[in-house]
Write a protein that binds this ligand. Structure first.
Ligand code: IPE
Ligand code: IPE
Ligand code: MG
Length: 233
């Protein structure tokens, strides 16, 4: 039986190398990469996927040179103020996960506005991981749990996999069925470590700005022929 596909997560890697190969500044790759986001979101929506989570900026990406971080933040700003009408009309709901306190206030405001504007949409949920790190997410969940336990709001026997999942940013979002990493690296880079426990992994040599609808469709086809066993036989 074909596996059902609700949630695709993508590590959008390779912008810098895409630009370097063309003798362009890394920022040109980020710009091109940002332009690809709505194209792939539309493609995922067309495929009937319910959730698309895109890793756009990791907690560790704050450690890049200041000029690159500044470029990425201005691109993010520009992106948040760009035209979302088409996605909105296509019933797309937008969410953001990650450490918002690290971001400038106006960026956080723009994120909240988009979330509010699209909150009632029932098509694809497009979730951006920005200033996101899975270890930080889990650590925060542990701290919150410890606090609840200490106050006596919950007891140790109440803590199970579901309780823990519900303390993460991705509460109410099913675990990814598919993870795609573009850019040719074979690693997770602190993305959704808890949620990826039984996700099917796909690694693409394509740099993110070149990743297109055709390749997405091909991965979806491959996914459908995989057998997920979840430890059973
Ligand atoms: C991904 O592209 C975008 C971010 C991490 C913000 P990179 O900037 O990591 O591009 P490469 O991996 O250096 O090519
Ligand atoms: C992962 O890419 C983060 C994003 C794509 C947002 P990186 O380029 O930061 O990952 P590493 O440094 O190669 O592990
Ligand atoms: Mg990279």
């Amino acid at each position: 039986m074909a596996e059902s596909l609700k949630h695709i997560a993508i590590i959008m890697d390779g912008n810098g190398r895409w630009a370097q190969k063309r003798l362009l500044p890394r920022s040109a790759g980020h710009k091109k990469g940002a332009e690809n986001v709505k194209i792939i979101a539309k493609a995922a929506n067309k495929l009937g996927v319910k959730y698309l989570t895109l890793y756009a900026f990791s907690t560790e990406n704050w450690n890049r040179p200041k000029d690159e971080v500044d470029t990425l933040m201005s691109l993010l700003r520009e992106y948040l103020h760009s035209d979302f009408q088409e996605l909105h009309e296509n019933n797309v709901r937008i969410l953001f996960i990650g450490e918002r306190y690290m971001l400038d206030d106006d960026i956080v405001k723009a994120m909240e506005n988009l979330e509010k504007q699209t909150a009632q949409n029932t098509g694809l949920t497009l979730c951006f991981a920005i200033s996101y790190g899975a270890r930080q997410e889990m650590l925060q969940a542990v701290k919150n749990l410890a606090c609840l336990l200490k106050k006596g709001d919950i007891s140790e026997s109440d803590v199970d996999i579901q309780t823990f999942s519900d303390m993460l940013y991705t509460k109410n979002i099913p675990d990814p069925d598919v993870l795609i990493r573009t850019g040719g690296e074979f690693r997770i880079s602190n993305f959704l470590l808890w949620q990826l426990a039984y996700t099917e992994l796909f690694f693409s040599q394509t740099q993110w700005p070149d990743f297109d609808e055709k390749e997405l469709e091909s991965i979806v086809t491959q996914f459908k022929s995989r057998e997920r066993r979840y430890g059973k036989i």
